[in-house]
Design a protein around this ligand. Sequence first.
Ligand code: HEC
Length: 142
Amino acid sequence: MHALRVVAALFVVGVAMLVYALWGLAGRERTVPVVAVAPAIPVSRLSEVQPVKAIKLEYHQPDLPPGPGHDVFAAQCVVCHSPRYVLNQPIFPRKTWIAEVHKMVKAYGAPIDAGQEKEIVNYLVSWHGKEDPLTVPNSPSK
Ligand code: HEC
């Protein structure tokens, strides 16, 4: 008799847990925000739904004008990124180019010596920079 009561009690507890779990799930469903999901179309059939348009973007590397420092710039400043990346910068004053070039050496390990740093700064300032009013032209120093 006693065992039967225990089984009955366990059964009641089990049912209660089940109801609680289902109620919880249902509750969660009610609170989940409805997200609009695009119908699942296999990638291979996407073109049937929407014709594929190819767009070809032209890619031009910037022309690097000849002049003193061109060669060292073109050899050393394109090892880790494109020259375009450098020349997308604004027309910097000399002191900013000095800091930029020096940062490449100090922070990123560009393998150039101090003389090459100066050459590169002069080259950049000559056509993609401007002289600072208070610095002597063609003598990058810091
Ligand atoms: C050893 C690798 C390396 C070399 C060589 C190198 N750079 Fe960089 N350069 C970097 C990295 C890394 C960044 C940062 C990229 C980023 O933030 O996404 C960067 C960014 C730049 C930027 C963007 C502005 C900035 O400060 O993040 C400029 C301008 C630049 N480099 C100029 C130069 C010039 C001029 C030279 C030649 C002296 C040069 N780099 C050589 C690694 C290099």
